[in-house]
Design a protein around this ligand. Structure first.
Ligand code: NAD
Length: 480
């Protein structure tokens, strides 16, 4: 199947091509077929995108928030109307099963557009009484924002970044991952049809160097990256040179702690969701599953039984629960961790095999804190189960990582649940569930997992800045 867009880029309200840019072949990971050929953005394309964003932004910011919101909500409706065809494209681009892309990817993007479109008219400043004088504050947009996406949730990421940015009156130049570049182009087209003025949302394609060029352009006020920690460090440092605002949504190695009194079926189901959804290619996954020793055997037995029933195969079939990994490089990386875990003495409970681009859902038990599997982000369908005895011990081991994206706890003891969550160093947490990320809830990490938040009311703070205005009501009292 071919999914060739009209051109590589979408700039100033229209498709744009410059075949001088290096070739990007877009591969359907399920078949290995090349489904589109794009070109990286040349400096001329980047300049056109940034110039059009800059030109369009101030008029957009001057519009009433309710008008901006209406356009975003219209785009949300259009996404829902085209839900099935968008999901199919997402599945072609990423390899994720249709049963996921129909309900998770674009639908969550539409939620973001609806939410921020509705929220932005409620944003107000404060008035600050100062005796006879007073001050007030305004929340102003930042200007031109750059969004850079990871490959795992390409369309959701494009929506999660553009929705709060545009709602607050900014313009955005978005660079999707070179591995999954197609969904963002669809979003750009939908925005135009929904009535967004040209130039406010531009999509440019390219690899790391194109992203790096965007981050340092003097016209750019903010950079929002979703990606790995090593990329985050580079982008954060480059943005610092121009004292630009940043949001960094980076990787994780999150703990999911299961106490003996937890509901077993829910805990097993959550551990599977936390490791196998999207073939494990999710930043917030609970990839260190700490199971209290008393239930270890029963937990592993139920986990193995349910894991072995996961239907692996053609992601376009509705019955398929897990598709291929996104790329051959990702398969190699994940199998490296699987083989390394065996070599380091972890006990393989189920899975572990690879056929082409497909990796079986894999569970390792008896994983210890020092094994690579417990320390590094695998980004594949590989669950590490670790044992623990006490609450104090598991909290301390959970926190002994540089990451801090997410964490979860399963227990029937309410006080313990809140006490443990209170002690965990993580930005996004769940009690008796895992990996639910509704747009209403702020999402993001602490420590090396990131800076800033997406979603929730908090996201608008990261796409705006405060102007304080002091109003003198009497004569100026000068000492000279
Ligand atoms: P990556 O870091 O390799 O690339 C992310 C994006 O950054 C890509 O678009 C890439 O082209 C671009 N890029 C790379 N180097 C750059 C540079 N020097 N300057 C500017 N741009 C540059 O990540 P990936 O492999 O695409 O995605 C997987 C990673 O993303 C995982 O670590 C995962 O945890 C993380 N992730 C985080 C979240 C979150 O919300 N916290 C969500 C999804 C994925």
């Amino acid at each position: 199947m071919i999914a060739q867009p009209k051109a590589s880029h979408f700039v100033n309200g229209d498709w744009m091509e410059d075949s001088a840019g290096a070739l990007i072949e877009v591969i359907n990971p399920a078949t290995g077929d090349v489904i589109a050929r794009l070109h990286e953005a040349t400096p001329a394309v980047l300049d056109a995108a940034l110039a059009s964003a800059q030109a369009a932004q101030s008029d957009w910011a001057a519009r009433k928030p309710v008008e901006r919101g209406r356009i975003l909500r219209r785009a949300a409706d259009m996404i829902r109307d085209q839900g099935e065809s968008l999901a199919r494209l997402e599945t072609l681009d990423t390899g994720k099963p249709l049963q996921e892309t129909l309900v998770a990817d674009w639908p969550s993007g539409a939620d973001a557009l609806e939410y921020f479109g509705g929220l932005v008219p409620t944003v107000t400043g404060e008035t600050i009484p100062l005796g006879g004088d007073f001050a007030y504050t305004l929340r102003e947009p930042l200007g031109v924002c750059v969004g850079i996406g990871a490959w795992n949730y390409p369309s959701q990421i494009a929506c999660w970044k553009s929705a709060p940015a545009l709602a607050m009156g900014n313009a955005m130049v978005f660079k999707p991952s070179e591995i999954t570049p197609l969904g963002a182009l669809q979003l750009a087209e939908i925005f135009i049809e929904a009535g967004l003025p040209a130039g406010l949302f531009n999509v440019v394609q390219g690899r790391a160097a194109v992203g790096a060029r965007l981050v340092t352009d003097p016209r750019v006020a903010k950079v929002s990256l979703t990606g790995s920690v090593p990329t985050g460090r580079k982008v954060y440092a480059a943005a610092a040179d121009g004292v630009r605002h940043v949001t960094m949504e980076l990787g994780g190695k999150s703990p999911l702690i299961i106490f003996e009194d937890a509901d077993m079926e829910s805990a097993v189901g959550a551990a599977m969701m936390a490791n196998f959804y999207s073939a494990g290619q999710i930043c917030s996954n609970g990839t260190r599953v700490f199971v209290q020793k008393g239930i270890k055997a029963a937990f592993l037995e139920r986990l193995a039984a349910r894991t072995q029933k996961i239907v692996l195969g053609d992601p376009m079939k509705m019955e398929t629960q897990m598709g291929p990994l996104v790329s051959a490089a990702q398969v190699d990386k994940v199998m490296g961790y699987v083989n390394g875990a065996v070599a380091q003495g972890a006990r393989l409970i189920c899975g572990g095999a690879q056929t082409g681009m497909f990796v079986e859902p894999t569970v390792f038990a008896d994983v210890t804190d020092t094994m690579l599997l417990a320390q590094e982000e695998v980004f594949g369908p590989v669950m590490a189960v670790l044992d623990f005895d006490t609450e104090e011990e598991v909290v301390s081991r959970s926190n002994s990582t540089d990451f801090g994206l997410a964490a979860g706890v399963f227990t029937a003891d309410l006080s313990r649940a809140h006490r443990v969550i209170g002690a965990l160093q993580a930005g996004t947490c769940w009690i008796n569930t895992y990996n639910l990320t509704p747009v209403e809830m702020p999402f993001g990490g602490v420590k090396m997992s990131g800076v800033g938040r997406e979603n929730g009311k908090a996201a608008l703070d990261y796409y705006s800045q405060i102007k304080s205005v002091y109003v003198g009501m009497g004569p100026v009292d000068a000492p000279y």
